[in-house]
Design a protein around this ligand. Sequence first.
Ligand code: ARG
Length: 369
Amino acid sequence: MHAPVPEYDPDDLYEAAESFVRQCYAELEREDEIDDRLAEIRASIEETGHYEHTYDEIEHGARMAWRNSNRCIGRLFWEALDVIDARDRDTAEGVFDALCHHLEYATNDGDIRPTITLFEPMVRGERQVRIWNYELIRYAGYETDDGTVGDPDELAFTNYCRSRGWEGEGTDYDVLPLAIQMRDHEPELFEVPDDLVLEVPIAHPDYDWFDDLGLQWYAVPVVSNMRLAIGGLQYTAAPFNGWYMATEIAARNFADEDRYDVLPEVAEGLGLDTDRNRELWKDEALVELNRAVLHSFERDGVKIVDHHTAAEQFEAFERREAKVGREVTGDWSWLIPPMSPATTHIFHTTYDDTITTPNFFYQEPPYED
Ligand code: ARG
């Protein structure tokens, strides 16, 4: 996962291309094309030190990368990933337009479509595009005299944006600007247009006081800071999204002490004694928060999955992969949901955490973290 970008070497590039092309075309039942395609790639690398993927290769390669994502519980749907080719965008404005399109297409008025947009990969070891944001939509974090406002996880990136002249309103939910870097230039900042940011105010189905917490979250998590590796090519800008599993928002983003940290307030609303661990006030607050998130997304017609259903879907994925003779790799500590993990089969299963490519890899944050 944390693998650094491999050193550029044309021989390694060909080798990685070959193993990808063989697997990709075999899966697509187009084995008859392999020899010609490999000859073409070999000639291109010999002549230019580089090669380009066809659309079919990025489409299937990106889907394979999702299928190989050991930490993802949502992989049953890997074949339904929509792959948008934006490799021709050679200015920050062009990239920004494609990101706006991604948000609109993926959000789809709440009927979320798993989508990835690919920008130009590295060429002969030189990076072409990098999006500095962790996700296309995320909330700013500010250090103030009365503690942190907004998302504490975004303090560093928010500071970078402010150093570039951006100012947020200072609420708990200021959408950060997009910071788009072309080659080795300083990133350009763009506001995300309001109408592209679908948000869900969080209410509880039974408790009116829940509204007073003023919680909200955005509908679509579009991870934008990872590198997608396909056939030796490094797509350093390849933002992708699925839909949320409620625990990501309710049991982590809202609940973690170093994030929005709302469990004490929720427990207080529920009238629980937060001085006594054995009241299980955290557990009860977590359940009600998750109920509220699921209820609110459903109320607004925004696609979301609960962790029990997601685990069942993952089990279906495991069965389907076994049927076609592929090994499912996984990272147990990430696959188990952060609530009631032992109620899912995942908890009682062991997974082999071998990393296969195509896959997504973390990149160093480009700003001071
Ligand atoms: N956990 C991240 C968040 O809370 C999102 C990661 C991707 N999640 C997904 N359901 N595709 O924003």
